[in-house]
Design a protein around this ligand. Structure first.
Ligand SMILES: Cc1cc2nc3c(=O)[nH]c(=O)nc-3n(C[C@H](O)[C@H](O)[C@H](O)COP(=O)(O)OP(=O)(O)OC[C@H]3O[C@@H](n4cnc5c(N)ncnc54)[C@H](O)[C@@H]3O)c2cc1C
Length: 344
């Protein structure tokens, strides 16, 4: 690879891969660096929505689809049913490998085991697997490097809104997809049971301003045990979800996905926002006049989810009541399940 590149993308998650692929398909000279040796695996429940992604990924990647969603509160059990799967599960490893193949086919130079160590204006210092360092110049930089983004820190952007997700993959099959809204356990977050083909994702998500990772972990362990799932604390994985969105464009430096803070603060859903923002940023780099209406729609949905989180944070004693009302509205079909999703 030349020591100068037109566009450098840091991070091979769904945001970086979607962005780099579209850029290369349009003839741009683009390199993508990823610190891990293998693209794909990520702490994640692997839930994707019909409105968001299910219909956009090859059916072979879908592990299981669920036309019914079971929403369980302290007082109610609501089943939301539709004809199409409302949510499906996907393996992050398989999604990442599929997206990386597409990127390579489009002409993206992908460098794995290559960590962006430090940034300067139009230059990055990279550390490769062999611990050797090299400097690479670029014209545009895309930070797709997740919730603790180096690029975001380089821009001096603070991150004050963070979620924490805990996930365990247990072998086995579970019949249904479940969302457990229980303030005594998860504050204004939730616990989930997301079945995959041969494993079940069991986890919990919450706002770090409401629950610490330690408390969330203890509560997840006891809640799961009550449901007959013995989770191994050592096998539990934690990940941060940045939902402090402050824009994607900063001159010729760009942010997408979790680095931009575009995941939902309400649910932690971030695969769809990463893909949509990655593609929108690619189009904006290629055409400065591109109106990016999809990004405006995403930012609006993000703002609505953020408002609910902020309201819940201000009204903690009323959260239990608010969740019961939400369940009633879902039961009566006054609210559509899609208000919980990031896709419009
Ligand atoms: C427990 C949990 C469960 C979740 N469940 C769901 C779910 O069911 N559905 C959903 O939609 N979302 C879910 N999410 C959120 C989702 O995982 C993220 O929002 C999504 O992965 C964001 O994609 P991204 O491309 O922005 O970043 P990432 O997927 O985080 O990718 C960033 C990449 O950048 C690389 N990187 C970071 N720093 C550097 C560096 N300095 N140099 C080189 N490479 C670097 C990382 O190794 C990584 O591969 C969950 C999150 C958690 C924590």
């Amino acid at each position: 690879m030349a020591e100068n590149i037109d566009i450098l993308v840091i991070g091979a998650g769904p945001g970086g891969l979607a962005c780099a692929t579209l850029l290369a398909q349009q003839g741009a000279n683009v390199a993508l660096v990823e610190r891990k040796a293998f693209i794909g695996p990520k702490v994640c429940a692997g839930g994707i929505t019909w409105g968001g992604l299910i219909k956009h990924v090859p059916p072979g990647l879908i592990e299981r689809g669920f036309p019914q969603q079971h929403v369980i509160t302290r007082l109610q059990r609501v089943v939301v049913a539709e004809t199409n799967p409302i949510i499906a599960t996907i393996s992050r490893e398989r999604l990442g490998q599929w997206m990386a193949d597409q990127a390579r086919e489009a002409g993206v130079t992908i460098l794995t085991q290559t960590r962006a160590l430090a940034l300067e204006k139009h230059r990055v210092i990279l550390e490769t697997g062999a611990r050797s360092r090299r400097t690479l110049g670029f014209d545009h930089l895309v930070g797709a490097d997740g919730s603790h983004s180096l690029v975001r820190r380089f821009l001096g952007l603070p991150t004050t809104a963070m979620g924490i997700g805990l996930n365990c993959m247990l072998p086995g099959r579970h019949p249904q997809m479940e969302w457990h809204l229980h303030t005594g356990r998860f504050g204004y977050g939730y616990g989930w049971i997301f079945p995959h083909a041969e494993v079940v994702s069991i986890g919990a998500y919450g706002d770090v301003n409401n629950l610490s990772a330690r408390v969330l972990k203890q509560r997840l362990l006891s809640w799961a045990a009550e449901r007959g799932f013995q989770l191994d604390p050592a096998a539990m994985r934690a990940g941060w979800v940045n939902f402090d969105y402050r824009g994607v464009r900063f001159d010729r430096t760009w942010l997408v996905g979790d680095a931009a803070g575009l995941a939902s603060g309400l649910t932690g859903e971030g695969i769809y926002p990463a893909l949509v923002s990655g593609q929108a940023v690619a189009r904006m780099i290629l055409d400065p006049k591109y109106p990016a209406t999809e990004l405006i729609g995403l930012a609006n949905k993000h703002r609505r989810h953020r408002r609910i989180v902020d309201l819940a944070a201000r009204q903690r004693p009323l959260c239990g009541l608010m969740l019961e009302i939400l369940a009633v509205l879902l039961r009566l079909k006054i609210l559509d399940f899609r208000i919980l999703e990031m896709a419009e």
